[in-house]
Design a protein around this ligand. Structure first.
Ligand code: TRP
Length: 333
C-alpha cells in the first residue's frame, strides 16, 4: 500500500520557539517515519504580512529550515522545500481563487483573528485575505492526505477541503480532500504568563537559545504572584513554570505540584530544575544544529526538497490542466 502523504510547514518570520516545538515540530518529527512527509517553508505567506520588509526572508528561510533539521526532521526522509520556488503552487492559487467567494474568506475565523492581531481589519490586502487559498495550493499541489497543524489553523485547512471538493465537483476527481491532524498538546504559555509564546511579545524560549539564555529567561519568568516567601503555599495551576513542568517534565510533575502546594519547594529551586530540563531537551537539538549548520548544507537540502516538490507539482498540474480544459499544447522549456 502507498504511504499516505502529509504536508505541513511554517512561515519564515524568525526563529522557532518551544511553543512551535510543543505545538507542531515534535509531532512532525514523529510522523515523518509513518508518512511521506513534505515540509513547506512558506515564504510567500510571510509576504502576506511582511510585504514591506522582505530583506530578512533569505536569513529566515535558512533559519526555519535549520530549526526543523535541528529538532530531528531527517532530510533523507522528509522533503523540505521553499514555497516560492515551486511555480505550480502559484499556478494553482490562481485557479483556486475562482472557486471561493470573498465573503467566505472574510468570515474565516483565522483570517478574522489574525486581521485583528495585525490591525488589518479595515484595510487588508487581497493577498492576506487570500492566504488560505494559497495555503490550499500548498497542500493540494502534492495531493497531501493529512495536514498536521495547531488548532488555530483548523479553519484555514477547512478552506483547502472546501476548494478540493469544489474543484472535484466542477471538473472531476483530481484531489483528495485533505484532513487536518491536530495534536492534543495544550499550547505553551509565554514566559510572561500570557496565553501564548509569540515572537512579537518577546516571551519565548527559542530552540536556538544557548544554555545561558535559557537560564536567564527561565529564572526571570513569572510564577504564582501570591507567593512572596519561599515557604508560602503555592498554586501550581496558575504558575508559568509549573505549566512547563507539565509540558516537559512528566516524571516529576506530580511531586513538584505537591511540594509547591505544601510550600516545601521554592520558586527558585523549581526554576533551576526547569532550566536543567529544558537544556537537556535542547542539547541534542543544539548538536544536530551544529551538524547541519555548515556552509551550503541547508541550501543543498532545500534544493533537493524543492526538486521533489516541483516534480509533484508538475504531475498535479497535468491533471489540473486536463480537468479544466487548458491542456492546449506542450512547449519544451
Ligand atoms: N499558515 C501556517 C502557519 O502560519 C504555515 C503554513 C503555510 C502551512 N502553508 C502551510 C501549514 C500548509 C500547513 C500546511 O503556521
Amino acid at each position: 500500500m502507498k504511504m499516505k502523504r502529509i504536508l505541513t510547514g511554517d512561515r519564515p518570520t524568525g526563529p522557532l520557539h518551544l511553543g512551535h516545538y510543543v505545538g507542531s515540530l515534535q509531532n512532525r518529527v514523529k510522523l515523518q517515519h509513518e508518512y511521506d512527509t513534505y515540509i513547506i517553508v512558506a515564504d510567500i505567506q510571510t509576504l502576506s504580512t511582511n510585504f514591506d520588509n522582505p530583506e530578512n526572508l533569505s536569513m529566515d528561510v535558512r533559519r526555519v529550515t535549520l530549526d526543523n533539521l535541528a529538532v530531528g526532521l531527517d532530510p533523507d526522509v522528509a522533503r523540505i522545500f521553499v514555497q516560492s520556488m515551486v511555480p505550480q503552487i502559484a499556478e494553482l492559487t490562481v485557479i483556486f481563487s475562482m472557486l471561493i467567494t470573498v465573503n467566505r474568506l472574510k468570515h474565516n475565523p483565522t483570517i478574522k483573528t489574525e486581521a485583528g492581531q495585525y490591525g488589518f481589519e479595515e484595510n487588508m490586502t487581497y493577498g492576506f485575505l487570500g492566504y488560505p487559498v494559497s495555503q490550499a495550493a500548498d497542500i493540494l499541489f502534492c495531493r497531501a492526505d493529512l495536514v498536521p497543524v495547531g488548532d488555530d489553523q483548523l479553519p484555514v485547512v477547512e478552506v483547502s477541503r472546501f476548494i478540493a471538493r469544489r474543484f472535484n465537483e466542477l471538473y472531476g476527481e483530481v484531489f483528495t480532500e485533505p484532513r487536518s491532524l491536530c495534536g492534543n498538546t495544550p499550547r505553551l504559555v509565554g514566559l510572561d504568563g500570557r496565553a501564548k509564546m509569540s515572537k512579537s511579545l518577546k516571551n519565548c524560549i527559542y530552540l536556538s537559545d544557548s544554555p545561558d539564555e535559557v537560564r536567564s529567561k527561565v529564572m526571570s519568568a513569572v510564577t504564582d504572584p501570591a507567593r512572596i516567601h519561599k515557604d508560602d503555599p503555592g498554586h501550581p495551576e496558575v504558575c508559568t513554570i509549573f505549566s512547563y513542568h507539565k509540558a516537559f517534565n512528566g516524571d516529576e510533575v506530580q511531586n513538584i505540584a505537591e511540594r509547591c502546594r505544601a510550600g516545601t519547594v521554592g520558586c527558585v529551586a523549581c526554576k533551576k530544575r526547569m532550566v536543567e530540563v529544558i537544556n537537556a531537551l535542547l542539547d541534542p537539538v543544539r548538536e544536530r544544529r551544529a551538524l547541519f549548520d555548515r556552509s551550503g548544507m541547508v541550501e543543498e537540502i532545500l534544493m533537493e526538497g524543492t526538486r521533489h516538490a516541483r516534480d509533484e507539482g508538475r504531475k498535479t498540474m497535468e491533471k489540473v490542466r486536463e480537468a479544466v480544459h487548458m491542456d492546449y499544447f506542450r512547449l519544451d522549456g
